[in-house]
Design a protein around this ligand. Structure first.
Ligand SMILES: [Fe+2]
Ligand SMILES: [Fe+2]
Length: 189
């Protein structure tokens, strides 16, 4: 599956997206090992997560509309928010990918989602901290890598929410709900 998806990306996305996807996959594998779970599904989630990121907006919307979760008007106005949902549908339709934790991880990687599983959390973190990401420095990356998985997700969510607020963007409900959930679970922000 990994190689099939990689070959598809080689034909269909930019080189920088391919490199980001491969680096995210490697970081997912690293985090799976760190937290003692099988790395294979994590690596597939990582290579696959942005498979729909470069589709035209109308293709993203059309695919996401086939998802089992309904889309909101705000998401349809900002289709980039739907690339995870569209990716999950594409992977299930065109690659017959049926590993539900992997599909869920891809589905919610942009915003996070309450009740997201371990693979979902690992992908959410890996997408943000893979070494090609220049918006964070290595000291911050190392700081994150010392945390528990939930604390990593909470740290990244709070950074993203602050960033969105400061840049005047809306914060989707999925992210707020996950943030509240993690805080209420006893983690300190
Ligand atoms: Fe993405
Ligand atoms: Fe990504």
């Amino acid at each position: 599956m990994y190689n099939r998806i990689k070959r598809y990306l080689e034909q269909n996305v930019t080189q920088s997206r391919l490199e980001h996807s491969m680096a995210t996959s490697r970081m997912c594998g690293y985090l799976c090992n760190l937290f003692g779970i099988d790395e294979a599904p994590g690596k597939i989630a990582g290579i696959a997560h942005d498979i729909a990121r470069e589709l035209h907006d109308n293709e993203k919307i059309a695919l996401a509309e086939k998802d089992i979760y309904t889309t909101t008007p705000y998401e349809r106005e900002h289709p980039v928010l739907l690339h995870g949902r569209a990716g999950a549908v594409l992977l299930s339709e065109q690659f017959s990918l049926s590993d539900e934790p992997v599909l869920q991880a891809v589905r919610w990687h942009t915003t996070g989602h309450t009740g997201m599983g371990v693979i979902g959390k690992i992908l959410f973190v890996a997408d943000y901290i893979e070494p090609g990401r220049t918006h964070i420095d290595d000291a911050y990356r190392q700081k994150i890598l010392k945390m528990s998985l939930d604390a990593m997700v909470l740290e990244i969510l709070s950074k993203e929410i602050t960033h969105l607020r400061n840049s005047g963007n809306a914060i989707v409900e999925d992210s707020i709900l996950l943030y509240d959930d993690l805080l209420n679970s006893g983690l300190k922000g």
